[in-house]
Structure formats: C-alpha cells, structure tokens
Design a protein around this ligand. Structure first.
Ligand code: UD1
Length: 446
C-alpha cells in the first residue's frame, strides 16, 4: 500500500493535462457486452478501476487490448459466461454497470451485489426496479442479483429516488433498453455528462436514443448493436480538483482539455470565493481553462446536487478549500448526505469543521499545518492531498490506493506544477499482538 508525503505551502503554477473521465469510461466499457462488434475507445484513463473492470469483462468473455495512450479495443469473444463474481465486483461499485447490458444481450445475468462503501448508503433498488419494469425476472439470492429475460420489453420507468436520480442506474437501464422490444421512456433520468457520453457511444453502436442530458430519455429498441469508435469526455472531477489545487495554494494553473459546459457550477462557486477563471475555446467544444487564486479566499455557502449542480464528487475538495477562507462557509450534500468522513481528517491539519446531519459548517483558518492523515474514500483522499499542498510543513496521506482508483498520476501532475508530493510504500508498523485494527479501517469503498 502506498502513501503520499507532501511538503506543503508551495504555490502551484503552470500547465497540466486532464485525463479521460473515469465515470464515463466505466459504463461505456461495460456496454460492449450489449454489442456484436468491436468497440474502439480513446481517452480511457489508466486507473485501478479501469483495470478492475477489464478483469471482470475478461471473465465475461470480452477480449481487450489497452494501449499506453488510453486506446482501448474491446470485443466480445464468447457469450456463454453470465456471472460477475463477488471477488471482482466488490473492488468497485461501478461493476454493477455490467448488469443491464449482460441481461439485455445474453438473456441472463448473475451479478454480485456491490459491497459496502464509505460515502454512505448506496442501494441499487432503482436499477432493479427499472430492469423489472423492462420485463426481467429479478431476485436476490446469496448476495447475487439473478436476472433473466428472454427479451426485454420497452416500458415507462420512473428513476427518481430520495436523493434524486441515479447515475449508474440510468446507465444500466439505458444500455439494457437499447436492445428491448419497443419504446422505453426513462423519467427522472440522470442528466450527468457521463450518462450523455454513454448515450452518444451507444448511438454510434446503432442505438436509437433521444433526450440525452434531460430528465426524460426515450429509447426505441433495436435488434442488434454493432461496433463503434468513441473518445471519452475529459474528466470534469479531475479538472475541478486541479482548479481547487490552484486556488488553495494561491496559484495560477492552466488545464486542458476540458468541457467548460461541464464545469459551470464549479466555476460559479469558485468565483464566489474570489478565484478568477478564464477559458479559451478550442475545437470539438474542448477548451483550456486558467485558474488564478485571490490573495484571500472568501467564504461561501454551497449545496452538492445532481447535475448541473455542484457535484458531490467535488464536495470534499471544496471543503478543503473553504477551510482556508476568511470567514464561515456552509456545505450541504444532498446526494450523499453522509459523505463527511474527510471532515475529521481535515481537522488534523487544523481545519475547523462542525458537521450537523447533511451539512458542515467550516470556520476558515489562516493556515493549515501538516499532519498524518488517513484517506477514507476516493474524493476524500483528493481533499486531504489538496489540504496538504496548502499546509505548512509535511503531510502524510495514507491509504492512497483510494486515490489511484480515480486519479491518473495525480502526484506526477501536481509535481509538474511545482508541488512536492512523494509516493512511497507505506510499510506496516509493528503492533503488539493483542492490538487489532477497528473494523472501519478495513472497509472498502466503491
Ligand atoms: C455515480 C458516480 C459517483 C458519484 C455519484 C453521484 C460512477 C461510477 N460513480 O455513483 O462518483 O458520486 O454518481 O453523482 O459514475 N440511490 C438510490 N437507489 C439506487 C441508486 C442510488 O437510492 O438504486 C441513491 C444513492 O444512495 C445516492 C443517490 O441515489 O444517494 C445518487 O446515487 P447514484 O447516482 O446511483 O450514484 P452512483 O451511480 O453509484
């Protein structure tokens, strides 16, 4: 297991590249299970989660060739396997994305329920409700979802849940409905750019989909999907994280490529804190973006919401930033109301944060000081790294395997901007024989 040792209080400056989106790439890769042709992808980030899904797809009969430059070729070789085993699914919740395409093309799927998670309760009831509405026979037995359907039938499905729609649920349903007989209407569909990107790729494979990016997606089923060539969108969460890295270190950083339309809410909230942001457009809606920090950060109030709101996946990083603002800020998370494990760890660096239900109140402090901290999940790890970059002295962030699941070479990118982040193996410290790690330290997030 690796750790980061960060020598903080360095201003980040320069240019850095943004990788392809993890959350777009994963459901797109899973969609190959519904297709009869090869899928040529580019911009697939080199991440632990991508390799975990490749391992799972291999057990489901998919041949893959992954190049150094984010090129990925996928082709189904055999359609016999239909079981997604626990040992592979538990590594990553997004593995559930194989359920819809597998069922739609093979008529049966047995997929392990995804494991527990450190960002709060993450049920898959909406995925199952949607597939049942398409005519699948679904039951849960011995920790597995067992789904069968000779051919799915189009239906009207409402996907709204207590915290809004579901991103991977919409992906699952949309992929499955492309091969259903007749018309499917998904109401309260997720509008996230990653869902749109999957929809665009499915269209290239021959699917008939309207309404992408709106809460009402209409799909006219086809009998077969073919191959496609597709470039994955830039990662808006990585982009936001690097914008915040510039802001929290008093820096001046240019990032590219990005889709400015995917970053509107993040841009708005950063501007409220006094950060200056300039974009310059390039081709294919892609752009570069320059973030310049103000001398003093202003406090603000924000709520993480489904797209186009502020992403819950940037909530932790914004909390790190606001811990250095000159005044009191308030953050509420309406998507994952329990996603606050980072608050206590930020406190170890001197942040003053009080949590009350789905809301955290942050009393900004003039300086943070380096400390030993423990990453609890993917975005929380990023928040701790950002705080460590701004803190005086040395910060050690442990369990950064969480970070490697979703950020491509973040340490290299930060060092390219003048940060000093050293990756090394975190050797276990000898402990007395009677000592046992608390169970919460062993939890795997998704
Ligand atoms: C995806 C993203 C994750 C992001 C999240 C919200 C991927 C691989 N992961 O996760 O990074 O934080 O969207 O933007 O794309 N819910 C239900 N029932 C369900 C499904 C979800 O009640 O069947 C609830 C969840 O508990 C949560 C909310 O709906 O409160 C949103 O979850 P969802 O959009 O499904 O998150 P994921 O797709 O798992």
């Amino acid at each position: 297991m690796d750790k980061f040792t960060i020598d903080g209080n360095r201003r980040l400056t320069g240019q850095v590249g943004i990788s392809g989106s993890k959350n777009a790439a994963l459901p797109i890769m899973a969609a190959v299970l519904a297709s009869d042709g090869p899928l040529h992808l580019s911009g697939v980030p080199d991440l632990v989660d991508v390799h975990s899904l490749l391992s799972l797809l291999e057990t489901l009969g998919v041949d893959s060739q992954y190049g150094d430059d984010g090129q990925l070729r996928l082709l189904v070789q055999t359609r016999q396997p239909h079981v997604a085993h626990y040992d592979l699914v538990r590594r990553m919740r997004a593995s559930i994305c194989v359920l819809g395409p597998l069922l739609a093309r093979r008529g049966r799927a047995r997929v392990s329920l995804p494991g527990g998670c450190n960002i709060g309760h993450r049920p898959i009831d909406l995925h199952l409700k949607g597939l049942a509405a398409l005519g699948a026979d679904i039951r849960v037995e011995q920790g597995y979802v067992i789904a069968t359907a000779e051919r799915l039938c189009g239906a009207s499905i409402f996907l709204g849940g207590p915290c809004g729609s579901t991103v991977t649920g919409t992906c699952n349903l949309m992929s499955a409905a492309t091969l259903a007989e007749g018309r499917t209407v998904i109401e309260a569909a997720a509008c996230e750019p990653e869902v749109v990107d999957l929809g665009e790729c499915l269209r290239k494979m021959g699917a008939h989909i309207d309404g992408l990016g709106t809460p009402r997606i209409e799909i006219e089923g086809v009998s077969q999907l073919g191959g496609a060539t597709h470039r994955v969108i830039p990662d808006r969460i990585e982009a936001a994280t690097l914008m915040i890295a510039a802001a929290i270190t008093g820096g001046h950083v240019e990032i590219a490529p990005i889709r400015p339309d995917h970053l509107v809410a993040v841009r708005e909230v950063l501007e409220q804190t006094g950060v200056r942001i300039e974009t310059s457009t390039g081709c294919d809606s892609l752009a570069s973006l320059v973030t310049t920090a103000p001398p003093v950060l202003a406090p603000t109030t924000l709520t993480a919401l489904p797209y186009p709101g502020i992403p819950t996946d940037v909530q932790a990083q914004l909390m790190a930033l606001l811990s250095r603002a000159d005044g009191i800020s308030v953050i509420t998370d309406k998507v994952f109301p329990d996603r606050f494990l980072h608050a206590a760890e930020l406190g170890r660096l001197g942040a003053r944060i009080v949590r009350e239900g789905p809301t955290a109140v942050i009393h900004g402090v003039p300086r943070l000081s380096g400390a030993n901290v423990m990453a609890s999940d993917l975005r929380a790890s990023a928040a701790l790294v950002l705080a460590g970059l701004a803190a005086e002295g040395t910060t050690t962030v442990r369990r950064i395997y969480h970070l490697d699941r979703g950020y491509e070479r973040l340490d290299t990118k930060l060092n390219q901007l003048g940060g000093q982040v050293i990756r090394s193996e975190d050797k276990p410290v000898a402990t007395p024989p009677h000592w046992a790690a608390p169970a919460s330290h062993l939890a795997i997030d998704g």
